[in-house]
Design a protein around this ligand. Structure first.
Ligand code: 2BA
Length: 109
């Protein structure tokens, strides 16, 4: 069994949640915050049998899209803050950042 942790954009989370239910995957949805952008994203934790892992990854890939996001850093990326004029920076936020872990044991009581 695997534990799949997928960090996705909030905009994709409802669509992905529905697709997971439709495809028969059990998932837990957590509100999370990206360390870099400091804005909300969504983390799904999904326990899945080994043979269903690839199907799950296909569902995640299909329902999450990457987008460009403009951010304005509040301080310069290193160096002095003297005469610092914030400049918007464009970053591409991925469709999904996925971690796949081996599950040692799984129990439900
Ligand atoms: P954030 O940390 O808010 O990052 C959003 C996007 O900003 C990233 O998209 C990346 O394009 C850019 N970025 C992140 N750190 C950067 C840095 N030090 N310098 C320049 N640009 C940077 P993604 O890579 O697609 O990541 C989307 C979200 O997935 C992240 O949100 C974070 O919540 C999570 N994530 C990504 N990699 C992770 C990792 N290795 N461990 C844990 N969470 C991760």
């Amino acid at each position: 069994m695997k534990l799949v942790m997928a960090v996705v954009q909030d905009k994709d989370s409802n669509r992905l949640q529905s697709a997971l239910v439709e495809s028969g995957f059990k998932a837990t949805k957590l509100a999370s915050t990206g360390g870099f952008l400091k804005s909300g994203n969504t983390t799904f934790i999904i326990g899945v049998d080994d043979e269903k892992k690839n199907e799950l990854l296909t569902v995640i890939k299909k329902n999450c899209q990457s987008r460009d996001q403009i951010i304005t850093p509040v301080s310069p990326m290193g160096g002095s803050t003297d005469a610092y004029i914030p400049q918007p920076v464009e970053v591409e936020v991925g469709g999904a950042t996925v971690f796949i872990l081996e599950v040692a044991e799984f129990k439900q009581y």
